[in-house]
Design a protein around this ligand. Structure first.
Ligand code: HEC
Length: 139
């Protein structure tokens, strides 16, 4: 990932969220999420950059960040709805979070040009990621 992309991700967190709720229980798509596709999305450093800040069950652990909590076991800690809310817009829980909102297009300041007017991930990609993270159970 280029430094400019990292910067763009970090800058996408500017506006405090209004609503405070802990989960989005309704799926964004009619088609269920695909955990295998979700795994690819999370592992894709150019597309999602999740591993910039999170560790998980992926190759090259030394290239995984620890700014956020490990994703291992997240499916035991959080419900699908709780995971969905956090990936869609983590600012709803923590207005100061460094985690970029992956499915909002409005209220963003200084968004990288490639992301202007569109979410980082599509609705289907969000559902795929949620499906994958739900499979990460604590031993
Ligand atoms: C720039 C750093 C960063 C990136 C990139 C990032 N996150 Fe996060 N994430 C965090 C931080 C920090 C937290 C801790 C809560 C907070 O501060 O909002 C977090 C929290 C979470 C949580 C809640 C975990 C728990 O145990 O409570 C999930 C799930 C999550 N992130 C998934 C993802 C996924 C999936 C991606 C990629 C699509 C991603 N994150 C990208 C920084 C990041």
């Amino acid at each position: 990932m280029r430094a400019a992309d990292v910067l763009a991700l970090l800058l996408m967190r500017a506006v405090p969220a209004l609503a405070a709720t802990d989960a989005i229980d309704a799926a964004l798509t009619a088609a269920p999420g695909d955990p295998a596709r979700g795994r690819q999305i999370v592992a894709d450093r150019a597309l999602s950059a999740c591993l910039l800040c999170h560790t998980g069950p992926f190759p090259a652990p030394h290239l995984q960040g620890n700014i956020g909590p490990p994703l291992d076991g997240v499916g035991s800690r959080l419900s699908q709805g709780q995971i969905r809310l956090r990936v869609i817009d983590a600012r709803k829980l923590n207005p100061d979070t460094v985690m970029p909102p992956y499915y909002v297009t409005e209220g963003l300041n200084r968004t990288g040009r490639a992301w202007q007017g569109r979410p980082i991930l599509s609705a289907q990609q969000i559902e795929d990621v949620v499906a994958f993270l739900s499979t990460l159970r604590a031993p």
